[in-house]
Design a protein around this ligand. Structure first.
Ligand SMILES: [Zn+2]
Ligand SMILES: [Zn+2]
Length: 245
C-alpha cells in the first residue's frame, strides 16, 4: 500500500543522522571528523592502544598464534556509532551497511588487506535469528564492501562467500562475560559449510562483522575456517568495544 507519509519523508533532503545537518550523507563529514578519528589499535584484537599500533598486553601474553592474525576496526563502539549500529541491526535499517563500509574502506589498514584478494566471509546468524531479522547485518556489510570495492580505483574485485560458515547454535547473553568465558560458550557454535570446504582450502579468509567485543566470536569462527583448510584468517569489523577484557 502507498504510504504517503513515508514517501514524503523519503523525498526530503538526506540529513546527518547524528547532528541533523542537511543536506548530508547519513553521517556528515563534520561528524566523521569528530567521532571517527583514526586510533592506534592492537593488530590482533583491534583494541585501542595508547601509543603506536602493535599488539596489546592481552594478545602479547596469550599462548600460541592467534586464530585471527590481523583485525581492523573502523570506530569505537561508542556514541554515535552504538545507536546507529542498533538501528542497523535491530530496527530493520540494513541501509547503514553502505556508510559503514565506506568508513571501513577509509581506515588505512583496510586496503592492504583487500589487496591480498582474500575470500570475504560474514559471521553468520543462526537460521532462527536470520528468520526473525530478515537479513544478516554482517552479510549486508560484505555486500556493501563489494560494491564499494568495485568503485574504488585501486581495489581488486572482492570475492565473497555468504555461506562459508554456519552457526549451529545461539550463544547465551555474553555481555557480562570475559573473553575466556565467552570462548567456552562459543565452543562448537561455528562450522565451515561442508560443501564450501574446497573454496576455503589454502585461502586467506577475511571475516566481517559489525561489532567485536573481546574477539571471542571472531576467534571461534576463525578456528573453524582454519580447521577447514583456510591458510590464514583476518577480520574487518565496523566497531570495537573498549576496553579489552
Ligand atoms: Zn553530522
Ligand atoms: Zn590485542
Amino acid at each position: 500500500m502507498f504510504d504517503a507519509r513515508r514517501a514524503f519523508v523519503e523525498s526530503l533532503p538526506a540529513t546527518c543522522q547524528v547532528c541533523a545537518a542537511w543536506p548530508a550523507q547519513p553521517v556528515c563529514e563534520a561528524c566523521i571528523q569528530r567521532y571517527a578519528q583514526p586510533r592506534a589499535r592492537c593488530r590482533s584484537c583491534a583494541s585501542v592502544l595508547p601509543g603506536e599500533p602493535g599488539l596489546c598486553g592481552a594478545c602479547l601474553t596469550r599462548a600460541g598464534a592467534p586464530a585471527v592474525g590481523h583485525c581492523v576496526a573502523a570506530v569505537d563502539y561508542a556514541y554515535p556509532w552504538d545507536g546507529l549500529i542498533a538501528r542497523f541491526k535491530f530496527r530493520s535499517e540494513p541501509g547503514w551497511a553502505k556508510p559503514f563500509a565506506q568508513r571501513l574502506l577509509q581506515v588505512p589498514q583496510t586496503l592492504p588487506l583487500l589487496q591480498t584478494q582474500p575470500l570475504v566471509v560474514p559471521i553468520p546468524l543462526t537460521a532462527v535469528r536470520l528468520g526473525e531479522r530478515g537479513y544478516n547485518q554482517a552479510w549486508e556489510l560484505v555486500k556493501a564492501l563489494r560494491t564499494q570495492c568495485r568503485r574504488h580505483p585501486t581495489t581488486p574485485p572482492c570475492e565473497t562467500l555468504a555461506t562459508a560458515l554456519v552457526r549451529l547454535g545461539e550463544t547465551p547473553d555474553q555481555h557480562s562475560l570475559g573473553r575466556d568465558a565467552r570462548l567456552r560458550n562459543l565452543r562448537g557454535v561455528f562450522a565451515a559449510h561442508p560443501s564450501h570446504a574446497h573454496q576455503l582450502s589454502g585461502r586467506h579468509v577475511l571475516l566481517v562483522d559489525d561489532v567485536t567485543t573481546t574477539g571471542a566470536t571472531l576467534h571461534t569462527a576463525a578456528q573453524a575456517l582454519l580447521q577447514a583448510g583456510a591458510a590464514r584468517v583476518s577480520a574487518l569489523v565496523f566497531a570495537r568495544t573498549a576496553p579489552s577484557r
